[in-house]
Design a protein around this ligand. Structure first.
Ligand code: GZL
Length: 371
């Protein structure tokens, strides 16, 4: 793997900041917020902070030695990113986070491949990255299985692989680390919200009929959200999971599955959509049936991702709650690459921070959201 001489700029960056005292440094949190940390103290005044398995903040601003050459690319860190596709608002926000981070101005040359939700395309992209000799591979695996051979080839070529967002079921030694969400916790949080919502609306003893529109089957987001939500079914004997079908994380999929559910089941009380785009489609299907959903509707609508579109649907009164799945992973991944460039070790698992947003909070929060 080509090594690039790099200068790690810390103090001059911090000292260059207006108002930065000598002992202060600027820290880039994984959400891309710039914060000031007083080296004399251990705390940092920060607006957002990613929850990591190990609280580390690194002040690293990479600059290549001297000026980039005429070609520009030889002094840049070559990064290949094999992205799932462009199937959802969430995906577009995650892609934007990566493209805004891995720019030439930040010292990177990004080779981005939209794999169109097709694993063969993604495996071909990984093979091409190895053949082209990138220095780092970022992989968001469409499903958890089927990547061992591709990862082995990258390892044999000495190319670190950082897995983002969805998990991968491959031997841990084949990839450097994983950055993403705790999907099972997202599912549990959704079920916990439903429990307290029914309690607050005097429906805790009522028979509750639930249907789930799953994401892409085999994707860790689908596996985790299903496992997490369904783990609370056994403690609620009055909750009946009528059916679970995949909407593939798309609006069309959500519409088709919800239409089929409405034709098959007389009395649906709750729909769990495993992302916002499925919820958009499910809402259309519900309204076409002459029914309503949301806080004052016939059907309780639970969604995941908490994108801007999801917030707008909460404000419109069509979604009851949106469980966040944070796509702002670019800065955290860049921080990890910078640590690896500096010869540091990184934790195997790095969780991003996420919340649960009930509809009644949406109007106050939407303008502060990054995506
Ligand atoms: C979750 C991500 C999922 C989103 C969907 O981390 O993999 O894929 O929830 C997207 O919107 O399609």
């Amino acid at each position: 793997m080509k090594k690039i001489g790099v200068a790690v700029l810390i103090c001059s960056l911090a000292l260059g900041l207006a108002g930065c005292g000598e002992s202060e440094v600027m820290v880039l949190t994984p959400y891309g917020d710039a914060v000031i940390r007083d080296e004399g103290s251990s705390s940092a005044s920060t607006q957002t902070q990613a929850k990591q398995t190990e609280k580390e903040e690194t002040v690293v601003q990479k600059e290549t030695e001297g000026k980039a050459d005429a070609g520009g690319s030889s002094n840049l860190i070559q990064v290949g990113f094999a992205q799932v596709g462009s199937e959802s608002d969430w995906r577009l926000a995650q892609t934007a986070s990566m493209k805004e981070t891995f720019t030439e101005a930040n010292g990177y040359k990004l080779d981005f491949v939209d794999c169109n939700n097709d694993q063969k395309t993604q495996l071909d992209a990984l093979e091409a990255f190895v053949e082209n000799g990138v220095e780092y591979i970022i992989l968001d695996p469409i499903i958890e299985s089927g990547y061992e051979d591709a990862l082995q080839k990258a390892k044999d070529a000495g190319i670190p692989v950082i897995v983002v967002d969805r998990n991968i079921s491959a031997p841990e030694e084949l990839y450097t680390c994983w950055v993403g969400s705790d999907f099972e916790k997202e599912g549990v949080d959704a079920a916990k919200w439903l429990d307290q919502y029914l309690e607050a609306n005097n429906r805790a003893e009522e028979d509750i009929n639930i249907v789930t529109i799953q994401g892409t089957v085999g994707a860790s987001a689908q596996i985790g959200r299903s496992k997490g939500f369904n783990s609370l079914l056994s403690s609620h004997s009055n909750w009946n999971m009528l059916d679970e079908q995949s909407g593939d994380f798309t609006e069309d999929g959500g519409y088709a599955v919800m239409t089929a559910f409405l034709n098959q089941y007389e009395d649906i009380d709750v729909v769990v959509c495993q992302n916002d785009n499925e919820a958009y489609g499910a809402i259309t299907a519900i309204q076409e049936k002459g029914l309503t959903c949301g806080p004052d509707g016939d059907i309780i609508m639970i969604s995941f991702d908490a994108t801007n579109g999801g917030f707008q649907k909460m404000i419109a009164g069509e979604i009851n709650v949106d469980v966040e799945c944070n796509p702002q992973e670019g800065p955290l991944v860049a921080e990890l690459i910078q640590k690896l460039e500096a010869g540091q070790t990184v934790d195997k698992i790095q969780y991003v921070e996420e919340g649960v947003f009930p509809a009644e909070t949406a109007a106050d929060i939407i303008d502060s959201r990054a995506y």
